[in-house]
Design a protein around this ligand. Sequence first.
Ligand SMILES: [Zn+2]
Length: 307
Amino acid sequence: MTLSTRTFVQRRSLLAVVALTIATLSTPAQAQAPMPVVASFSILGDLVRQVGGERVKVDVLVGPGSDAHVFQPTPAQARLVGQAKVVFSNGLGFEGWMSRLLKSAGYKGQQVVVSQGILPVREAGHAHDHGETDPHAWQSVGNARLFAKNIAQGLCRADAAGCNVYDRNAIAYLARLDALDTEIRAAWAPIPAAQRKVITSHDAFGYYARDFGVTFLAPQGVSTESAASAKGVARLVRQIRQEQIKALFVESISDPRLIAQIGRETGVKPSGELFSDSLSAADGAAPTYIDMMRFNTRALTTAVRGE
Ligand SMILES: [Zn+2]
């Protein structure tokens, strides 16, 4: 055995001991009960789980497939909030119901607004009544990085003994987010700027637009609340033709006849759904934040190519 192999073997057995120690420490029977925390919606719930790991038990208020804009907390959820050590919210006016919920739950614990420190984008349209600022900050991977750092800080404040674990988890997750950002930029790189145009009725992609150089056009006059006017549809059809837009995501227009009409008049096939404010269920297409960003990017780049 040469010297270098012996060193290698020794190092390997040292690693095995370390791995065994970590495994022993994290055996559920010996670990302390995980710290109960609450995240306001599913996307944030995933980010908190990534950073908190096994030391936290995350309850999500607005679950997969549900809409945070029209959320009404149940008494059981108010009790969950009352027992939590940390409550994570997006902020930027996304959870209009949060302050009332915290008050009614008599919440006295840590509050972490994860969007703190981001550079806000102004809201493009009026599909949501969020005020001036676009709250969908997680659609920027750079912002998700900041979310993860704010989450680690918040967990450290509530559980100082776990701070090393939270920092380590955050560092590992940040590396994955960096890779995701690079991957999304690479997916868009071959597509000419003039072709990066998407029609969507949901004004949720302002941050994605800014980061990845995509133009999202939210047609006026076609809203979910009022029936689409003939004029509004005509304007949308004109816009799609003039700008040769091939990507049409109209998931919140529930009238299938309208979608069919737009498709007929423009020759553009609707491209289905994007995940904006919520993850999918665990067995769906976007069970985590990283899955969601990948899914949307694949759907968008495929659609703008007219494929
Ligand atoms: Zn929204």
